[in-house]
Design a protein around this ligand. Structure first.
Ligand SMILES: NC(=O)c1ccc[n+]([C@@H]2O[C@H](COP(=O)([O-])OP(=O)(O)OC[C@H]3O[C@@H](n4cnc5c(N)ncnc54)[C@H](OP(=O)(O)O)[C@@H]3O)[C@@H](O)[C@H]2O)c1
Length: 438
């Protein structure tokens, strides 16, 4: 029987053979995650395996890792085979890990079985999804049991939605420490240099083609991912799409991932009992160089977005994507290295009698392609927080002003599961996270 002091320092599922298993490693993003872990961890402290359904493809990934991370001792990265139509194979796999990272998308098509296996076996889970209907369904199916068991199921730990989620969390924490609540955050993607992969395009089109119409309408609810009994804020279904952001000093247009990120950030606030602010409002846009550019992108984006709702346009887009950017392909190594992004989130507090409204800006920057270089980093570092931080420490530190209201398990968000522990790791890995008063 372990002593109380041992429990406090023990990692969850400490007796399992692997800290992390990367599911979907044969794909473009999963291979980058496996490479990141091989290059940035030592086998003495982090044991990981790669997993998927195709032995030959995974053996090639393991061989490539041996080339790109020649200094990693301990022999080739182990390969585990499982398939989503064989629940026993998934159980056998997830029982071997403390945390599973999944990049096997489109998630609405083949993501559910793995989450179910992780919940069944009390294995923490991280993924790269940007598909709100998938996130909503796993919340409905698994939040209660995962909460009861203290299992963290954390979707969207890539460029969708970590910069938005952690940037807002840091602003809320910054003001909460001064006794102030947020009334609004306006996040602007100021710089974005990067390209898509076949899997990302397939997943985006999959949301349009696979989501039942009824669910599509539900998705328009700005509080779509919040618990049904959570208090609603002032945001409406109409996204921010054209305005001038004074603090950022740039005209703004619609940002393609806003429907995912805004709902995710609102879930973080709801899971913390609306601790960011009782009437908290969140909006996300993309900066443009000038008025005309923003206006043209708003009109052009609107027409393109509306056209994509039509099945014939979806068929043509799927055909073109399969032909020119098929599954398994994505930006080149050089494109990944030279990519980068900067997001600026401007927070404003509630004006109270003795405390006038204050503003601050959170800056989140990445130094490689957002969707692949920085996403593989964010996924890996998220999993490392859960794998390496003893639960007692995870419960008692790293959540700033929100330590007493943070969830201890469930289908949650990056900010509410990993909080400032993740900020610390991502800063050490080269990303910028800072808050400045305005
Ligand atoms: N949030 C972000 O910022 C961000 C960034 C990057 C990627 N993503 C998302 O991550 C996902 C992966 O993107 P990607 O470009 O890496 O895609 P990809 O190259 O097509 O890889 C997909 C992976 O899923 C696996 N898979 C597909 N069907 C499967 C099934 N039925 N059973 C088991 N495994 C299956 C594939 O295995 P096989 O090789 O055996 O086919 C492959 O390993 C997408 O949903 C994408 O949107 C998000």
């Amino acid at each position: 029987m372990p002593k109380q002091s041992q429990i406090a320092t023990q990692k969850r599922n400490a007796d399992r053979p692997y800290d992390i298993i990367v599911w979907g490693s044969s794909g473009f993003t999963g291979a980058l995650v496996a490479e990141y872990l091989a290059k940035h961890t030592s086998p003495d402290t982090v044991r990981f395996a790669i997993a998927g359904r195709n032995k030959e493809k995974l053996a090639k990934v393991s061989a490539r890792i041996a080339k790109v991370a020649p200094n990693r001792a301990g022999g080739p990265i182990p390969v585990i085979i499982a398939t989503i139509d064989d629940a026993a194979s998934l159980d056998a796999m997830v029982k071997q890990a403390r945390v599973v990272i999944s990049t096997a998308g489109p998630f609405f098509q083949h993501g559910f079985e793995l989450v179910e296996a992780c919940v069944r076996n009390r294995t923490d889970y991280i993924d790269s999804t940007g598909e709100p209907p998938f996130v909503k369904k796993i919340i409905d199916l698994h939040h209660d049991k995962a909460t009861k068991d203290g299992t963290f199921i954390v979707p969207s730990c890539g460029f969708d939605s970590i910069p938005s989620d952690l940037g807002t969390f840091m602003l809320a924490d910054h003001f909460a420490k001064k006794g102030q609540k947020l009334s609004s955050v306006k996040m602007s993607v100021v710089e974005l240099v990067g390209g898509p992969s076949g899997g990302t395009i397939a997943s985006g089109l999959g949301v349009l083609t696979e989501t039942p119409y009824r669910e599509f309408w539900k998705m328009l609810d700005p509080y779509y991912l919040c618990p049904a009994d959570a208090a609603r804020g002032p945001d409406s279904s109409i996204p921010a799409f054209f305005n001038y952001n004074k603090e950022v000093g740039k005209w703004q247009t619609y940002f393609v991932m806003e429907s995912t990120n805004t709902r995710y950030v609102r879930r973080s606030n709801a899971l913390l009992g609306n601790a960011y602010g009782p009437n908290f409002s969140y909006a996300e846009t993309m900066a443009s160089d000038n008025f005309l550019g923003a206006a043209a992108k708003t009109v052009g984006g609107g027409i393109f977005g509306a056209a994509l709702m039509l099945p014939p346009v979806q068929w043509v887009a799927s055909w073109a994507a399969n032909k020119y950017i098929p599954a398994g392909s994505g930006p080149t190594d050089k494109e990944i290295e030279t990519g980068h992004f900067t997001c600026k989130a401007v927070g404003e507090t509630v004006a109270a009698d003795a405390k006038p409204a204050k503003k601050a800006v959170a800056t989140v920057k990445g130094i490689q392609d957002p969707g692949y270089g920085e996403t593989s980093k964010m996924l890996s570092e998220s999993a490392l927080v859960l794998a390496l931080t003893p639960r007692a420490e995870l419960a008692s530190s790293g959540y700033g002003a929100f330590k007493d209201v943070k969830p201890a398990g469930g289908v949650v968000t990056a900010a509410t599961a990993m909080g400032l522990h993740l900020v610390k790791r991502l800063r050490a890995a080269g990303m910028t996270f800072e808050v400045e008063d305005l």
